[in-house]
Design a protein around this ligand. Structure first.
Ligand code: CIR
Length: 258
């Protein structure tokens, strides 16, 4: 059943201590980050998404990146076991939120690790990045959770960026977009469109032709507009300093059974 709800989570007061793995640490302006987060939430609201705030996890610096804590397929919520130990305390609040929404709940268990940012769904194909945060046991558990429901799980290597979706996301027609220098094996995707900027690889389909994108990728926004898409641009610069992107600041719930 189609639904248009999105989980978001207010930035922790400790946001500036968030993990940084592939880039140099830069000072995060907390006040500006909160303003950017509010504008991001407003952009979802303005395009018909009912945003639901998961209870804040103030002791968890990276908790705003809520996408990493749960993977949705149909109305099943797979609670992850984040690859970074400092992020594991983020999951109980998310579990409670999805259970309240009537989702069936499943879990990634030790020794599995999996971050939601490593999971890209295109129809019933679920690409999963095996990289710094998601291990082989996590991939197997993802398969076991969703293949019996009709999904096909395709594992792809990720070595150049934090998560699979730091490298690639998909347009509404299923074309995968990515910045070639950050993508391990572009040929694994049946239709691949290279984009000129690293952050241009990140889009959230808001509905219709609208694509939520970061302000840091103006050339890619022009490219996508020229192909008939309608970029909706938000500045998420403070989150990009922590390797965040537009995809990881929300979890879209499109198939709740209500
Ligand atoms: N899915 C995502 O792209 N998540 C971004 C997580 C950034 C956070 N600083 C982390 O390293 O876990």
């Amino acid at each position: 059943m189609p639904s248009k709800k999105a989980l978001v989570r207010r930035p922790s007061p400790r946001l500036a201590e968030g993990l940084v793995t592939h880039i140099a640490r830069e000072r995060v302006d907390h006040g500006l980050a909160v303003e950017q987060w509010e504008a991001y939430v407003e952009a979802l609201d303005a395009h018909g998404w009912e945003t639901l705030e998961v209870d804040p996890a103030d002791d968890c610096p990276d908790s705003v990146f809520v996408e990493d804590t749960v993977v949705m397929y149909r109305n099943v919520a797979l609670i992850t076991r984040p690859g970074a130990e400092s992020r594991r305390a983020e999951t109980p609040g998310v579990e409670e939120a999805v259970a309240r929404l009537g989702c069936s709940v499943n879990w990634i268990w030790e020794p599995g690790t999996l971050d939601g940012g490593d999971v890209l769904k295109i129809g019933d194909t679920i690409y999963v990045g095996r990289g710094g945060r998601t291990n082989a046991a996590g991939v197997q558990q993802l398969r076991a959770a969703f293949e019996p429901l009709g999904a096909r799980v395709v594992a792809v290597p990720v070595s150049k960026v934090l998560h699979l979706k730091s490298a690639v996301t998909a347009l509404p027609d299923g074309t995968v977009i990515g910045h070639i220098p950050m993508t391990d094996v572009p040929s694994l995707f049946p239709r691949f469109l290279p984009v000129p900027e690293e952050s241009g690889a990140h889009v959230v389909h808001l509905g219709g032709a609208k694509l939520l994108m970061a302000a840091s990728a103006p050339k890619t926004a022009d490219l996508l507009a020229d192909l008939g898409h309608e970029p909706v641009v938000v500045d998420i610069g403070e989150f990009e300093k922590l390797e965040g992107c537009v995809t990881c600041l929300s979890v879209r719930l499109r198939e709740l059974y209500v």
